[in-house]
Write a protein that binds this ligand. Structure first.
Ligand code: SAH
Length: 458
């Protein structure tokens, strides 16, 4: 027999929000049954209309706020809360920092690791306008090519001009590019019909250098007026040192396609991090919050505690940002990364900074770690900075086989971090100092952190 849920669709009820999910949804518990409420904050008493009631949880809409949280802040633009760009914008920044710490604490508790401590989240002094990169969709809106964003969890397009969390110069360049594309009558991409040309506009800007890269992501190889368009972009925005076209012919949510062509200028921009210079190309990963990244990397290097004679591995090294920071204090650094263009950048970056004690390889971290272990490489420290899905059991096994004293784990997803801490535990590694969250993504629900795992004698 179907078990009855405490509420059913279209019920109206009043409840108090007690928590916020990792996606930023308010949670109200009705006899232990969680109802998720977009936009509602902890402590708020809300009149709810149930939209959907599944077996284990439901969704409700806030129809009226009977009380509001003292931590609620006025939002200039509600679109920014509705999109995935700044879903926590209506919540005071100190509350956001506490919430990010709590997400880590709760995950540890669920994994029976509540004895591990978590430091306060390191936040920004000015938690806005921080992003050095934007990838905005272009769609036809009111008869013309328009840039904006999608409503969260949907493909409903919202027109935007001020993105709040991006470097303001990036917002300006997006608008200049939009206007030039309009002038040349370049059609925007149409997702349903898979027609049109411009899918996305990507803009990157060096925080210190001020150099700007514009990438037009197109469905088609042909971009009518390409030469004139790119010339006009540089003419109107003299700080643009690179204009590129990336071609993505597929019906996919993945933004970048495989082929990138330089339309004008260079194929990279340059920027600095903690005094090191980096070339960054269109396809390479580069941390989006330069102010916080300097703090995060400085801390990761400090925690590695090198004295000049160590071998170090930097797995998931990207363009070598962490590798180069480590190389200054190590004998030799090995880096591995899956994107070939990023490894080209990493090698060039070592040369640019006159460092000759680095070795970079293109490959999967899993296979390369195993190879290095088989070849008898004995690192004192392994730094890992994997994507959201975290490490694999194979990687962890291979890493442990090389018997480093320490693993410095930079994580952008606390759920996989906690899982990996457990797996490292089985290999004789444990966490002895507090996990340290860093707020790389203010106004969003993303949580970055750095954790040290130390070898306990086996
Ligand atoms: N440490 C770098 C990059 C971190 S992002 C920095 O802070 O800038 C994670 C990186 O892992 C990305 O560059 C991504 O391309 C790479 N990557 C993803 N899966 C991988 C895999 N299986 N093996 C190696 N690298 C991978």
């Amino acid at each position: 027999m179907k078990k009855k849920t405490p509420v059913t669709k279209n019920d109206e009820l009043t409840a108090t929000i007690t928590d916020l999910t990792y996606q930023g949804m308010g949670v109200a518990k009705i006899d232990g049954y969680p109802l998720f409420v977009a936009g509602a904050l902890p402590g708020e008493q809300v009149k709810l209309h149930v939209l959907k009631a599944d077996k284990k949880y439901g969704f409700a809409k806030a129809v009226e706020y009977l009380t509001t949280s003292p931590e609620r802040v006025a939002v200039g633009k509600k679109e920014l809360v509705q999109t995935g760009i700044a879903p926590l914008q209506h919540w005071a920044y100190p509350a956001q920092l506490k919430y990010k710490r709590k997400l880590v604490v709760d995950l540890l508790q669920k994994a029976h690791l509540s004895h591990l401590e978590v430091a306060q989240t390191v936040g920004m002094d000015e938690p806005r306008h921080y992003r050095n990169k934007a990838q905005v969709p272009a769609r036809e809106y009111q008869g013309q090519l328009t840039t904006g964003f999608f409503r969260r969890g949907s493909h409903n397009f919202i027109q935007l001009e001020d993105y709040e969390i991006q470097d303001p110069r990036i917002d300006e360049v997006i608008l200049a590019v939009r206007d030039i594309l309009r002038e040349f009558n370049v059609p925007a991409y149409n997702e349903e019909k898979h027609t049109g040309v411009i899918r996305n506009v990507m803009v990157r800007r060096g925080h210190y250098s001020g150099e700007v890269m514009v990438v037009l992501i197109t469905r088609t190889k042909k971009l009518k007026g390409a030469a004139e368009i790119s010339a006009k972009i540089q003419e109107q925005c003299p700080d643009v040192v690179s204009v590129q076209q990336n071609i993505n012919p597929d019906q996919t949510n993945v933004i970048l396609g495989k082929t990138t062509k330089v339309m004008r200028g260079r194929n990279y921009i340059q920027d600095q991090l903690n005094g090191l210079t980096f070339n960054i190309s269109a396809q390479s990963f580069y941390q989006v919050n330069p102010v916080q990244t300097e703090k995060l990397y400085a801390r990761a290097v400090e925690l590695a505690d090198l004295h000049g004679d160590e071998t170090v591995i930097d797995a998931y090294c990207g363009i070598g940002t962490i590798s180069l920071s480590l190389a200054k204090a190590a004998k030799k650094v090995y880096g591995v990364e899956i994107v070939p263009q990023a490894i080209e950048d990493a090698k060039e970056n070592a040369r640019l900074n006159k460092l000759d004690n680095l070795h970079f390889e293109v490959g999967t971290a899993e296979e390369t770690m195993k190879k290095w272990a088989d070849n008898g490489i004995k690192p004192a420290v392994i730094v890992v900075d994997p994507p959201r899905k975290g490490l694999t059991a194979d990687f962890i096994e291979a890493a442990a086989k090389t018997a480093p004293q320490k693993i410095v784990y930079v994580s952008c997803n606390p759920a996989t971090l906690v899982r990996d801490i457990e797996r490292f535990g089985e290999q004789g590694y444990s966490v002895k100092r507090p996990l340290e969250p860093f707020d790389q993504f203010p106004q969003t629900t993303h949580v970055e952190s750095v954790t040290v795992l130390e070898r306990t004698e086996k």
